[in-house]
Design a binder for this molecule. Structure first.
Ligand code: ADP
Ligand code: ZN
Ligand code: MG
Length: 508
C-alpha cells in the first residue's frame, strides 16, 4: 500500500491509536506462580508442573521478582504505583490455557497513570503538528501496567504451517504457560503509525535497559496490539476502533496500522460504518482481516483471585525499588551531550543500547574525555559499519574499548595519519591485534621527524625545477601536488601537516 495513500487520508482524517504491549519477563528464573524455569522453546511440555498445568488442588505463589520488575517498569515510566492492588481471574476457554482462566489484574493494577516521551523526525510529522513536517517530540500517556501469566502455545500441524485453516490438527505446548507477562496499555494519544512504531521501540529500549526482558518481537517475548480509529479533523469525539493483532516486527506494526487507517477511511468515505472487532494482520498479503467481534470486559467475569491476598506496597518498599532504577536512555543521552559535547543525534545513537553505551564510556575512560568525540565518531562510523556489514554482535567483536582508546590516542599523537588509522582499524577488527602491534608490524609509523621531512622536501625541489619556478611565479595551487610528491618520497608515512608546513617554508 502506497505511503501517499496514508498521507492523503491523514490530510482529512485524524488517526487515534492506543497500544497494548505485552512483555514477557524473560530475565526471571522462574514462572509467575510456580518454580518452573522461564526459557524460550525447548522440548514441548518439559517445563511444566501441577501449578502451571492447572491441576486440581495446585495453589499459586506469586513470584516476588516479577512484582518488583513490574513496579520498576512503572517507575521508569513515571507511573503512579498503587498502594493497594490485587490479582483477578479472567475467565475464558482456550486450549492453551489449562485453568480456563488467566490470573491477571483488573481494576487494581500495580501501576497507574504514567507517560513516555517520543521523538519523531519524518513521516507523519505533518499530520501531528499543524504544520510543516519538521521533527517534533510528543508525550504519550500510559494508562496502566499490570502483571499476568502467559498462556501456552498451540502448534497447528498437518496443513500449511501456522495457519489454523490449513492444519488438520493442533498440539498444545505448555512450556510458556505461566511465564510472567507484563501488560502496558497506552492512552489513545498516538496519532500516526510512525509514532506507534517509535513508542514501541522506545519502550523496548527501556525494558532492555531495565534488564527485565529480552524483548524479542520475533520470539514473541514482546507483543504489540494496536487499537486504531479515525475521525474527521476537527472532530473531538472518538471514532469506533478496531484492534489489530499478530504484528511481529516494528515494520509490521507500522504497516498494519497504516493499512487499517486507509481501510477505515475507505469504509467511511463509502458511507459505511466501522465495526468494532479484532483484526488479524497478514504480513504476506499485507492486509488486515476480521478475526472476531470484540469481547467486552464483563464477558470475562473478572473476580478477585481467592487464592492470593491483595498487595499493599509501603512507601519504603516502593522507594527501595526506585533506588534500583538504572540510568535510562534519555538521561544517558543528556549526560553524553553535557559531559562529552556530543550532538543530540550522536548522543542518542550511542546511548540507546546498554552495551554500546558502556563500550563507549569505557573507551572514553581509558583515552580521556578530550578524546570522547573521536571515539564517538569511530563507534558511529567505521565500527558500526563493521558490525552491521557482518551482522556481528558487539559482544562478539574483536575490538575492545582499550583498542579503540589506543587507536584514537595514536592518531591524536600524530603517530599515524587518519588514512593509516582506517587501515589499522580494519586490521584490528579482523585480527583482534592491538593498534600498537599492527603499526609496528606494518611499519606504519607516521614520520614527524622534521629532519627526515626536510630531506625529502629538498629532494623533491631539486628534482622538479619547472614546478618550483611556476610556484614561485605565483601558481601556489601547486602546493597539493608538491605534498603528494613528498608523501610518495616518504612512502606515505610523512605527517601531512608537517610536510605542508616545511614545503611552504622552503618554496617561499
Ligand atoms: P477495550 O474496552 O476495548 O479493551 P480500552 O478502553 O480498554 O478498550 O482501551 C484499549 C486500548 O485501546 C487502549 O490502548 C486505548 O488507548 C485504546 N483506545 C480506546 N478507545 C480508542 C479509540 N476510540 N480509538 C483508538 N484507540 C482507542
Ligand atoms: Zn510450573
Ligand atoms: Mg480493555
Amino acid at each position: 500500500m502506497a505511503k501517499d495513500r496514508l498521507a492523503g487520508v491523514l490530510e482529512r482524517y485524524e488517526a487515534v491509536i492506543g497500544l497494548e504491549i505485552h512483555t514477557e519477563l524473560t530475565s526471571l528464573n522462574s514462572k509467575m506462580f510456580c518454580g518452573c524455569p522461564v526459557a524460550f522453546g525447548g522440548e514441548p511440555n518439559t517445563r511444566v508442573c501441577p501449578v502451571c498445568l492447572g491441576m486440581p488442588g495446585a495453589l499459586p505463589v506469586p513470584n516476588e521478582a516479577a512484582v518488583e520488575a513490574t513496579v520498576l517498569a512503572g517507575l521508569a515510566l513515571d507511573c503512579e504505583i498503587a498502594p493497594f492492588s490485587q490479582f483477578h481471574r479472567k475467565q475464558y476457554f482456550y486450549p492453551d490455557m489449562p485453568k480456563d482462566y488467566q490470573i491477571s489484574q483488573y481494576d487494581l493494577p500495580f501501576c497507574g497513570l504514567g507517560h513516555l516521551d517520543i521523538e519523531v523526525d519524518g513521516e507523519g510529522a505533518k499530520q501531528r503538528v499543524d504544520l510543516d513536517g519538521g521533527p517534533y517530540a510528543t508525550r504519550i500517556g500510559v494508562t496502566r501496567i499490570h502483571l499476568e501469566e502467559d498462556t501456552g502455545k498451540m502448534v497447528h500441524v498437518g496443513g500449511s504451517e501456522g495457519r489454523i485453516a490449513g492444519a488438520d490438527h493442533s498440539l498444545v505446548d505448555f512450556n510458556r504457560a505461566g511465564t510472567p507477562l507484563m501488560e502496558l496499555v497506552s492512552e489513545p494519544d498516538i496519532r500516526t503509525p510512525e509514532e506507534a512504531r517509535r513508542f514501541a521501540q522506545k519502550l523496548r529500549l527501556i525494558m532492555l535497559n531495565l534488564g527485565v526482558s529480552d524483548c524479542s518481537m520475533e520470539e514473541g517475548s514482546m507483543r504489540v496490539d494496536g487499537n486504531v480509529s479515525i475521525r474527521l479533523r476537527g472532530e473531538t469525539e472518538l471514532g469506533t476502533k478496531t484492534e489489530i493483532k499478530n504484528m511481529n516486527s516494528f515494520k509490521a506494526l507500522h504497516d498494519a496500522l497504516a493499512f487499517e487507517i486507509v481501510r477505515q477511511a475507505d469504509v467511511l468515505d463509502e458511507g459505511g460504518r466501522i465495526v468494532q472487532e479484532t483484526r488479524h494482520w497478514d504480513v504476506t498479503a499485507k492486509r488486515t482481516s476480521a478475526l472476531r467481534s470484540k469481547e467486552e470486559a464483563h464477558d470475562y467475569r473478572y473476580f478477585p483471585e481467592p487464592d492470593m491476598v491483595p498487595f499493599e506496597f509501603s512507601a519504603g518498599w516502593i522507594d527501595a525499588i526506585r533506588a534500583r532504577l538504572p540510568e535510562l536512555p534519555d538521561a544517558r543521552r543528556e549526560r553524553f551531550m553535557r559531559d562529552f559535547g556530543l550532538s543530540s543525534a550522536d548522543a542518542r545513537t550511542l546511548s540507546e543500547d546498554v552495551e554500546f553505551a558502556a563500550f563507549f564510556e569505557e573507551a572514553v575512560a581509558l583515552a580521556g574525555t578530550p578524546l570522547a568525540k573521536p571515539i564517538a565518531n569511530w563507534m558511529l562510523g567505521d565500527f558500526s559499519a563493521y558490525l552491521n556489514a557482518g551482522t556481528v554482535a558487539l559482544s562478539d567483536a574483536k575490538v575492545t574499548p582499550a583498542m579503540l582508546a589506543e587507536l584514537v590516542q595514536v592518531i591524536d599523537a600524530g603517530t599515524i595519519s587518519g588514512k593509516q588509522a582506517k587501515q589499522v582499524f580494519t586490521e584490528m577488527a579482523e585480527t583482534g591485534d592491538a593498534p600498537g602491534a599492527i603499526i609496528e608490524i606494518r611499519g606504519m609509523k607516521q614520520v614527524s621527524d622534521t629532519g627526515a621531512i626536510e630531506a625529502a622536501v629538498e629532494r623533491v625541489i631539486i628534482a622538479n625545477p619547472d614546478e618550483v619556478a611556476s610556484y614561485r611565479a605565483g601558481k601556489t595551487t601547486l602546493i597539493g601536488w608538491f605534498v603528494g610528491q613528498v608523501m610518495r618520497e616518504m612512502r606515505g608515512q610523512g605527517n601531512p601537516s608537517l610536510v605542508n608546513e616545511i614545503l611552504v617554508k622552503k618554496l617561499g
